[in-house]
Ligand binder design. Structure first.
Ligand code: MSP
Length: 645
């Protein structure tokens, strides 16, 4: 690929950015960052759609000019993207002169060549969606999106979109990767089975003056979609900066939500064709984030604020969740429980533990200097080959737009390294003083961390920069060439890490206890003479004492020995809302393979403790007598996370 120009839809400036807007912008950001990592010249543009009836109405209501209104509201988008570390090269606003000039030139050119004509428009107009519908489109008197519509008859200008129907069908058929995913391509072809109408591209100023004047009739302004779509070429200097335009057009990648497929796959493509311009490389429509099965929308009051999530859990936690939890193209459901679970499992436990144990053992045993790699044994060969295969697969996942799977593979590399580390048991090597073998294990584990830090850098740039600095890597932004080679870490490099890179998120009451059964956990202060005081004196406890202990069913997912402790096993237990690490004194009674897969009972609200240098985030219940011990398990089927009491 010679160059990569990635765009997001330009968002309606009046809206408050929500998780849906943040998702498209983040996805574009991650793709842009990966292309930069691949060394492909990249240009990333986002921006705001600032004309139209809603802005006009909002400004009128507030007694300010529409320009003042948009200058005020655009700040929300600028600030949101700054906070989410969006690395756009340009932010285009449709009220900027560089945009309005290009829109006018495109209109003038199409008018001169007879591609636009004057006619009478009669139809159903949805103010909130800023688009017209025909009688047939309406569902129970509302737009197909369920919005109110009003009847409008007026003189207007039309673009001869119908001329291009056959051309467009052929173009889409001849270029199978043009509209993606495949089912969106089929959706567009399905839409094109009906006769394509001409597109109304104007509004009489008498009804709505907030827009770009038509150069050939200043009593009309340009219809907002025609104006907005042109941003993709005005931002890169169409008609004004030929060099820039030639550089970025046509290798353009339009990322959109599925709600605006037709405007892009039909309106925009035919506009470009009529203007004599080549088509972009791809239009990719992703799915929606749903809340409880429905699309997020301001009017339904179910929007999730991305900035609130970033404040609560961190920008990288949000970026990671949105990028890894939606299978690209499909819809996905947003829940805070899923967010916390994914963060804890992938980042806090898998990547976080690998990071801290590798770097801490280098600090402890080699004074913080990376040891020599030593001789590569069969385990190291396997680790190297697996990790480099994951790097190669990331490129394929990017090309195939299956980013979530690419991320999952990077996490596989982390898990593989954790297994390598556990099997090599470096703590035993340290104990026996075999520094050469210990150095080999730590060097190879650190190499894997270096590569993973680069692979995940586009997704979680803040945390991966921190990790790369901790590993003494001078270039925060990695290059693919460096990721596809093994053994680049210099022995002797200083490494050191502060407190946990990914502190575990302790689920709040609502995420931990979805049943909402919190009443019984409240503890009352016991005054003198209260029944509690009497009970304490007798050694009995009240029900409120029992219910303070939060017990849950949990499935043991992984188990392994604890460095230098014969009696302890380190377990990863799935408690439904998250996976926890627990250190249990059961090694004399159960081997790791015996305990994995069992459904056990765990105390989940115990203060975390560090046992032999390993954090334990809960306690497993077991029955004991003398030297005998049996873990308490659950009879029959039970999912992880059931409350026990
Ligand atoms: N202004 C037009 C786009 C013009 S592009 C030339 C517009 N703006 S919008 O503010 O409504 O943004 C729509 C886009 O926001 C969607 O296409 C999608 O990218 C994103 N999302 C809005 N809600 C969403 C979800 N619930 N889930 C995922 N993304 C969604 O339409």
């Amino acid at each position: 690929m010679t160059s990569f120009y990635i765009t997001t839809p330009i968002y309606y400036v009046n809206d408050i950015p929500h998780i849906g807007h943040a998702y498209t912008t983040l996805l574009a950001d991650v793709l842009a960052r990966y292309h930069r990592l691949l060394g492909v010249p990249t240009h990333f543009v986002t921006g705001t759609d600032e004309h139209g009836q809603k802005v006009w109405e909002a400004a009128t209501q507030q007694g300010i000019t529409p320009q003042e209104q948009v200058d005020h509201t655009v700040v929300r988008y600028r600030q949101a993207w700054k906070k989410l570390e969006i690395s756009h090269d340009d932010f285009i606003r449709t009220t900027e002169a560089r945009h309005t000039r290009v829109v006018k030139q495109v209109l003038e050119d199409l008018w001169d060549r007879g591609e636009i004509y004057k006619g009478e428009y009669e139809g159903w107009y949805s103010v909130s969606e800023e688009r017209f519908y025909t009688e047939k489109d309406l569902v129970d008197g509302l737009s197909p999106e369920g919005k109110p519509v009003e009847r409008v008859v007026e003189d207007n200008y039309f673009f001869r979109m119908s001329h291009y129907q056959d051309w467009l069908i052929n173009y889409i058929q001849d270029n199978p990767n043009f509209i993606q995913p495949d089912f969106r391509r089929n959706e567009t072809l399905g839409f094109l089975k009906k006769p394509l109408k001409d597109l109304c591209i104007s509004r009489p100023k008498s009804r709505m003056p907030w827009g770009i004047d038509l150069p050939f009739d200043t009593d009309h302004v340009c219809y907002v979609w025609f104006d907005a779509l042109v941003n993709y070429i005005s931002a890169i200097g169409h008609t004004e900066d030929e060099e820039s335009f030639q550089r970025w057009w046509p290798p353009a990648y339009h990322l959109i939500g599925k709600d605006i497929l037709t405007t892009h796959s039909v309106y925009w493509t035919t506009m470009l064709k009529a203007a004599g311009l080549p088509q972009p490389r791809c239009i990719f429509a992703h799915g929606w984030w749903l809340i409880g099965g429905t699309k997020m929308s301001k009017s339904d009051g179910n929007v999730i604020d991305p900035l609130g999530m970033a404040d609560k859990y961190g920008v990288d936690a949000l970026r990671y969740f949105l990028m890894s939890d939606m299978s690209l193209g499909q819809d996905a459901t947003f829940t805070e429980e899923a967010f916390v679970r994914r963060y804890n499992t992938d980042l806090a436990i898998d990547l976080g533990n690998l990071t801290s144990r590798v770097i801490k053992m280098i600090e402890r045993n080699f004074g913080g200097k990376l040891p020599d790699a030593g001789e590569e044994g069969p385990e190291e060969t396997q680790l190297r080959e697996h990790t480099l295969a994951v790097v190669a697969s990331m490129k394929e996942h990017l090309e195939g737009m299956s980013l979530d799977r690419g991320i999952a593979r990077a996490l596989e590399a982390v898990r593989q390294t954790n297994r390598y580390f556990d099997q090599a048991a470096p703590w035993a090597l340290a104990k026996s003083g075999d520094l050469a073998a210990l150095g080999r294990v730590l060097y190879n584990s650190a190499e894997c961390l270096r590569i993973v830090s680069g692979l995940l850098y586009p997704v979680i740039p803040g945390k991966m920069t921190e990790l790369r600095m901790a590993m003494g890597l001078s270039d925060a932004a990695p290059k693919l060439g460096d990721l596809s080679r093994w053994g680049l870490l210099e022995p002797g490099t200083s490494m050191g890490i502060g407190p946990s890179l990914f502190p575990r998120i302790r689920p709040t009451e609502s995420t931990e206890n979805p049943s909402g059964d919190t009443k019984s956990r409240a503890t009352k202060k016991a005054g003198p003479g209260s029944s509690k005081a009497t009970a304490e004196a007798s050694g009995l406890i009240g029900i409120e004492d029992v219910s303070r202990v939060n017990l849950r069913t949990a499935v043991v997912r992984e188990a392994c020995a604890v460095e230098g402790a014969d009696r302890l096993l380190k377990l990863k237990v799935d408690i439904g809302a998250e996976v926890r690490q627990i250190v249990a004194g059961i090694a004399a009674h159960y081997g790791p393979e015996e305990i994995v897969g069992r459904t056990v009972i765990v105390v989940t609200n115990l203060k975390p403790a560090t046992i032999r240098g390993v954090e334990s985030q809960g306690m497993l219940l077991a029955a004991k007598k003398g030297k005998k011990l049996r873990v308490i398990t659950v009879d029959g089927d039970a999912n992880p996370g059931w409350s026990v009491g």
